[in-house]
Write a protein that binds this ligand. Sequence first.
Ligand code: CP3
Length: 319
Amino acid sequence: MRQAGRSLPEYRALKDRYTILELCRQPDLAVEVTLQPVRRLGVDAAILFSDIVVPLQGMGISLEIEAGVGPVIEHPIRAEDQVSSLRVLQPDPDVDYVLEAIKLLRKELRVPLIGFAGAPFTLASYLIEGGSSKNHTRTKAMMLGEPRAWDALMEVLSQSVLLYLRAQVEAGAQALQLFDSWVGHVAPATYERHVMPWVKKVFDGLRDLQVPTIHFGIVTGELLAHMSRTGADVMGVDWRVPLDEARRRIPQAMPVQGNLDPALCLAPWEVLAREATDVLERGGGRGHIFNLGHGVLPETDPGVLAALVELVHSWKVPV
Ligand code: CP3
């Protein structure tokens, strides 16, 4: 979850010299930035340094990532003929630098490497809105008003995402996370009709690889039941829904990931320790991957993150 995200001085030093996309596109730099939080924090897994819009650039879409803003698409997709001009990603060679970074990382890492992609809805939203959006109005307008264009867009995106994730596993990724960051803006019935089939297609297409998959979006409390039925192995939960409540909304045996509010990392240690312990207790000790409930805030002290990792590691399941 953008864990390196701006909190580490060694990351900021690189950011002074390169843009985020440059860091993503140069395998040696992507490797270095991936390793930085692993070295410093003692986490149990590494997440590849890249961004969810990287494969879109690989598909020939012109875009930038502006610091403090997020992705910006040069020519947003607003009409059906623009959708039909999109082509499916061919991971090698379109994003060969990502695959190269994964191969290099596997030689360096002693913890598992998580690959990732943005889910079709979230990528579609960036393409249609042209960047971050408050209400995703144009995206919903296409989804509900131009189902033919929407289906065609979701088809090309879901195929691309599937091929991209498969290529990451072939290069060495040991788990996958699919981020549907903005899908919480969609009502459950609409999700079921216009989003879920495409997410299912991605997870169905990954099954033979036998790699654990995690699915996550923010403000998805009302969608957890649906998202847990897409074929993902682990349900990521944002910080708004307590994990014991999340478990009531999804199949009993499904592992959960989450979900400390990242803002708590700025609170006094006693408060952070109490709340992190609460997350661990609600997670129940088994079938739980401890994580933040969204990305690390840039002003976070890396020392606090390292102490948090230690707290989690020393916590014992109550008997
Ligand atoms: O831990 C890691 O650093 C892994 C790499 C990673 C990045 N983006 C690098 C990045 C991952 C896993 C992502 C995923 C991503 N990117 C998501 C899904 C996860 C989520 O947060 O819901 C989304 C929606 C994006 C799109 C995106 N990229 C946004 C909204 C932003 C924020 C812009 C800002 O500055 O607030 C980015 C930029 C970005 N991608 C950063 C990083 C480390 C921060 C940029 C910086 O260094 O200032």
